[in-house]
Design a binder for this molecule. Sequence first.
Ligand code: LLP
Length: 421
Amino acid sequence: MDHFLYKDGQLQAEDVAIAEIAATVGTPFYVYSTATLVRHFQLFDDALDGLPHLVCFAMKSLSNQAVIKVLAEAGAGMDVVSGGEYARVKAAGVPGDRIVFSGVGKTADEMRMALTGGIRQFNVESEPEMQVLSRVATELGVEAPITIRVNPDVDAKTHAKIATGKSENKFGIPISRAREVYAMAAALPGLKIIGIDVHIGSQLTDLTPFELAYQKVAELTEQLRADGHTIDRLDLGGGLGIPYSTSNQAPPLPSDYGALIKRTVGHLGCEIEIEPGRMISGNAGLMVSEVIYVKDGEDRQFLIIDAAMNDLIRPAMYDAHHDIVPVVEAEPGTDKATYDIVGPVCESGDTFAKGRDLPKVQAGDLVAFRSAGAYGAVMASEYNSRPLIPEVLVHEDQFAVIRARPTFDEMIARDTLPSWM
Ligand code: LLP
């Protein structure tokens, strides 16, 4: 459920008309609903009720300061994967003991930054990373709390580019080698083993891969404890999928996922962490765009809109589907037309949808891309020198620009000319 509904024929974000935001900030733009963000966080928090737990928002999915503040105030921890993300959550006021550091390529500088600024745990992904972390922590005279990310070799049955839990992926250490690697970690100075980490992929629409992975983690917990390690915390990753289309079967609910967690690892007495991103932010955001032209092709009609692949890359990159709806609700009985919906960028890949049925639209009409809150704004670029589009946050009947659209001058001013020019 989200908070983008039609009222009196106008698409709204909570109690604000999308058309009003468009008139104020111009198109294209992203808009997020505070109520949806909080509701989705709360669903996970409630799903783990009864177990000691922390829901750490995977902020890579949506990293605006205002969004981080909303979720942190609701009680979320944060999962970060870079020095930049760490700096962002700190700037938003999130305390170190609620920040988890994931990622396969943490640098010594990033480790130093987190150890100095405060960190709940590092999810370590390889032996060389373990050695560098040991050295950095020892130099600083501190102990780095760690889990080791294990790769359980399960098929997440999702898009190949976002599956991470198979043995051919670059993530984690093979679960078959876990006992050996934990023994190595225990022998290194400056590291404090606290648990196990696993993350098998993103946009999972079936719970079975989670179940297989978590069963393996439960077995490993018993083995590592028998080997004398302290395993008090299990980070079970993110990845629960969302409905991208109202016509598809809905993916499992956070409550089903929570029940699965309780069933598979609930008996171990561990504190549970999860790292959902998309399920919290995905359906909390829209991208809104204006139709520039309706162009007749030889055998099809193109809707050329003012948003492009640089603003929302998911369709070009993953063949992802986003529902696209008119901002002014069509009157019942309005004629439908079939469109290829494309942006202005000079690449055929700049196609959002092919053969999509929509109520007839014309130049100047607004359309909204649903489910665009996750991996939308954060993956945008300025390709074709199209400035990053603004982000807007709605709270009940108020809205605010939470990242402004740079002017052309601001965009150009980031380049500097060498002294010899
Ligand atoms: N934890 C780790 C270690 C991750 O790598 C990810 C996502 C998450 C948590 C959050 O997963 P989520 O709950 O959002 O599925 N750009 C792609 C998705 C990439 C996901 C990368 N890792 C897309 O637009 O579909």
